[in-house]
Design a protein. Structure first.
Length: 507
């Protein structure tokens, strides 16, 4: 997909979402929310511009959707009927309800949230009643996970993967009715591309992803109704469930403030988080990780009227301006995103480099939602590594301290690595829309497309020549992730803010 097609796709999907006859069941279709032009996301739109995969692909998607609905119903029959498990019983009333993510079991019981860091505890220390709601990706028993926070000053609520049978059936029925509505619109549409999108959206309306978003909406509606918080704070990347969370929270408590936390750096041609859907579906305020995002959001005319405040990030690092030791000059931190394809690209190239030059050292660092055993099942060649390639067992900060270079593509950890003094090298692919986390530093950070180019870049003389550029990179990256500031978040919760605003912004 090229850039023109990507922008056409964004516009056409938004037209469906913004149609007067669209509603919650439409907004709950994740496929209609085009996040950004990353291959991981764009693979879901294959065939939209050629129609080549329509017949076989649609049949396969309908079969998968049916299987997903059946699994959901069967799981609900054997479930306890509870919609969540809480570390404190009964669940307390709250001033602020955070919605975060439990990516792996290692996070269970920890006081520092993976996304919000110490912010929940900091607000609790200021007298707020705070509850953290966790969307669980571990697949483990929710009650056991919640119990690990029994002694915490901030209660946790772990959402279940299924509701009771009647609730699951109602959501499935809503998806079926929405699919029929979209199919009728497709038949009436004279534009071939728009008709193709409507037909595909109709199929997606019966899928497990839409069901997941609807389920989260119902769970958060019930929690807000029970706890009556002043504010709901969610992570904010442009996903369907986020928009539905705001809408259902307002249904349960019309005066609630909905705050989206844009926790990562803003990426090139990012879309879904940077446009309005109107009324119930938009946040009242956007909290962001740093000054760079704050200023960009404040200039965005699409978000005019939505408060914007930089509250910092758990990823903030102090720039390391001093030169690193000799070992760091020949050590590279490899930072793929949390999917197999990105691991294949980055680990594959670094493995080639390591075999060609035994004086270079590489540290492979997996995203928290990935396990190396899972990667090896798909790519057993990564188990046959030379001694100058190791898999990280330390913290990100420890890895950064050992490295003078970082090889990356779309990972926001590259921002932290660059701040910590590891010179960023982007691996580009022929014909792609770039997914460079540091795209704003074009011409300053390095770009390679092959092992030979990387080896030439990291020669003995290259590191010293790049120190001046590294200081410029560090200064910029330090503004992407500022230190966490609970007082600024408290201002947003209270409906006040002292930083940027989208009011009066310009495109």
């Amino acid at each position: 997909m090229n850039e023109r097609q990507y922008r056409q796709l964004c516009e056409a999907c938004d037209q469906i979402l913004l149609s007067p006859d669209s509603g919650d069941a439409t907004v709950a279709i994740p496929w209609l929310h085009v996040i950004r032009p990353h291959p991981m996301f764009l693979q879901h739109y294959e065939g939209m511009f050629s129609g080549s995969s329509r017949k076989a692909g649609d049949a396969w998607r309908r079969l998968r959707s049916l299987a997903s609905r059946m699994r959901s119903l069967l799981a609900s029959v054997s479930s306890t009927g509870d919609w969540w498990s809480a570390s404190a019983t009964p669940a307390v009333r709250a001033d602020v309800l955070f919605v975060s993510h439990l990516l792996n079991e290692d996070q269970a019981g920890g006081d520092i949230d993976f996304y919000f860091g110490a912010l929940p505890a900091a607000l609790a220390a200021r007298g707020y009643k705070v509850v953290v709601v966790l969307i669980d990706y571990t697949g483990r028993d929710a009650s056991g996970l919640a119990a690990s926070w029994a002694a915490s000053a901030v209660p946790r609520v772990v959402l279940h993967h299924t509701l009771n049978p009647s609730a699951e059936w109602r959501m499935i029925a809503r998806g079926r009715r929405e699919a029929q509505r979209l199919r009728r619109k497709a038949r009436q549409c004279r534009d071939e591309f728009a008709s193709r999108l409507l037909n595909r959206a109709s199929t997606e309306a019966r899928g497990g992803a839409q069901l997941h978003a609807l389920r989260l909406g119902e769970q958060l509606h019930s929690l807000v109704k029970a706890m009556q918080p002043r504010a709901l704070v969610t992570t904010y990347e442009g996903h369907a469930w986020e928009r539905l969370a705001y809408a259902r929270a307002r249904d349960a408590s019309p005066g609630i403030r909905c705050i989206g936390y844009q926790h990562a750096g803003l990426l090139n041609m990012q879309h879904a988080a940077l446009r309005r859907l109107g009324g119930r579906y938009d946040p009242d305020a956007i909290a962001c990780a740093g000054a760079v995002a704050r200023d960009a959001l404040a200039r965005n005319s699409e978000l005019r009227g939505i408060a914007v405040e930089a509250i910092g990030s758990v990823r903030s690092l102090v720039p390391v301006m001093a030169k690193k030791n000799g070992a760091a000059h020949t050590t590279c931190l490899v930072l793929p995103e949390g999917n197999l394809e990105e691991c294949r690209l980055l680990f594959g190239l670094s493995l080639q480099c390591a075999r060609k030059d035994g004086n270079l050292h590489f540290i492979w660092r997996l995203h928290p939602n990935m396990r190396f055993d899972d990667l090896l099942r798909q790519h057993p060649e990564f188990g046959r590594r030379p001694g100058n390639v190791v898999v990280s067992t330390g913290t990100l900060a420890e890895d950064i301290a050992r490295c003078g270079w970082t090889l990356y593509r779309g990972s926001t950890a590259a921002i932290q690595a660059a701040t910590g003094g590891a010179f960023p090298v982007y691996l580009s692919q022929t014909g792609e829309i770039p997914i460079d986390t540091l795209f704003e530093l074009e011409g300053v950070r390095a770009r390679v497309s092959s092992a030979d180019e990387f080896l030439a870049l990291v020669s003995d003389t290259a590191y010293g020549q790049r120190q001046a550029a590294l200081e410029q990179i560090q200064a910029f990256c330090a503004g992407i992730f500022l230190p966490l500031d609970a007082d600024r978040l408290a201002l947003l919760v209270a409906g006040e803010h002292g930083g940027g605003s989208s009011e009066g912004g310009s495109p």
